[in-house]
Design a protein around this ligand. Structure first.
Ligand code: AMP
Length: 132
């Protein structure tokens, strides 16, 4: 059965899309730990990120870098952090976490409330700043 993230790529499940190219896709995490918390995924459905072949893993990281740059320029972060866990959704993904101030908690456990209109606004801001 297709993963929830594959269904997002194909449009079966809606998302706050940021960007995509031939091999990779990014969208806002629906349960963000900070405004602009973004997921970056390969279109190829592989569960464990370190089972990706070397070229796919390199490409995923380079794509994530472009999205992180867009987060930094559009949201006024001091930098963007990166977390890989993958225990909930069996489709490899990188969490990009905007960091707005020193000492900000960057941990997947702590969710923050972001309403739908703000999620749309953030997705638009980041996506306009992406240079693929
Ligand atoms: P993990 O597998 O623990 O690295 O985390 C999976 C992440 O996917 C969690 O942060 C969820 O909030 C996120 N997530 C699950 N379903 C969706 C969805 N439909 N749209 C966006 N993010 C999702």
């Amino acid at each position: 059965m297709a993963s929830i993230f594959t269904k997002i790529i194909t449009g079966e499940i809606p998302c706050y899309k940021i960007a995509e190219n031939e091999h990779y896709f990014s969208f806002l995490d629906i349960n963000p730990i900070a405004e602009g918390h973004t997921l970056v995924i390969p279109k190829k459905e592989v569960d464990y990120i370190f089972d990706l072949d070397n070229g796919s893993l390199e490409g995923l990281m380079v794509f994530a870098k472009k999205i992180a740059r867009a987060i930094d320029t559009s949201l006024g972060t001091i930098r963007t952090g990166i977390i890989v866990e993958g225990l909930e959704v069996p489709h490899a993904h990188i969490h990009l976490i905007p960091i707005y101030f020193e000492g900000q908690a960057v941990s997947l456990g702590k969710k923050t409330e972001v309403d739908e209109s703000r999620m749309k606004e953030i997705a638009s801001l980041i996506s306009k700043a992406v240079e693929l």
